[in-house]
Design a protein around this ligand. Sequence first.
Ligand code: GLA
Length: 350
Amino acid sequence: MRRATGHAPGRINLIGEHTDYNDGLVMPIALRLGVTVEAISGHDKTVRLTTDAAVEPREADYDIGAERRDGTWVDRARGVTAILSRDGAAVRGFDAQITSDLPLGAGLGSSAAFAIALLRAISKLFDLPIDDAATARIAHAAENEFAGARSGMLDQLASVYGRSSDALLIDMRDHGTQVIPLPPTIELAVIDSGTRHEHATGGYNQRRAECEEACLHLGVATLRDIDERPLDDIVERLPAPLDRRVRHVVTENARVRRAVKAVRSGDDAALGAILSASHRSLSDDYGVSTPELDQLVVLATDAGALGARMVGGGFGGSIIALARRGEGPGVAARVLERYGGTGKIVAIVP
Ligand code: GLA
């Protein structure tokens, strides 16, 4: 019998939302909050999971080689063991205890963090030679090929390579990364709206399909391929709502580039304006915001934030509000006073 522990952080994304599956640019920051998995090896094929998190079911078991999807969080574990076995890894049964100080389903990368923490624990348990790149790839395959959420790789790469005091610029075309240190003059308040929407069955997969349809119309492999072309000409050729979807993706990549410049030159006001513009684009053009997220963004700006936007896939979840260093907790408290019951301050970053 062996024991092993795996941990993986959640993430925010400074900017670059819904660009990852379009071969675009993203800029995540790892949270200090995450998921921990403590595992003990077993003798048979059975995996037994228990969690302290407020999710259903709290306990589950299944046999390796007989993984069947049931639409719950357990699918992330089933996906991990199914992909490992498919790839020829010698995985046996184990018992695992899952704990999390990261809110679940809040748009903060909890599904990816769970899959990665689990992979880290079981690769130690069974001496599997899995490096960081393979960990991200397997966690992503578990989500896409098994759990049925057609997500990009933002969350997995952010959890594996992300840093908690710097942003990481990732070019999804080749997974090239660049560390972008955050100016000492700013911080980000992460506020959970307390509203949830299930990605796998919701609009997320639909947005991805719309981007693929737009590529077919435009005769390109990915939306990154139109980055350099005049946007108006492109948008004119597309039927609604594909025109708006494409406008979001192309302008969001441009905003990431401008955000990098603003961070590097310490232009905090410009960065705030870019974040707010990203939110408007996600809400008006991409259609992934909600009344609660829109309200939180307005409240944050009223409360003195330099800018604010929803973070992650949308359809519920969290916002980030950019504040002057030291002012984040005050801004967040003023937002929550007016927002009401379901809101929570998740973190002040860095
Ligand atoms: C979710 C997905 C990511 C990414 C974001 C939106 O977090 O898991 O792959 O697409 O939404 O940027």
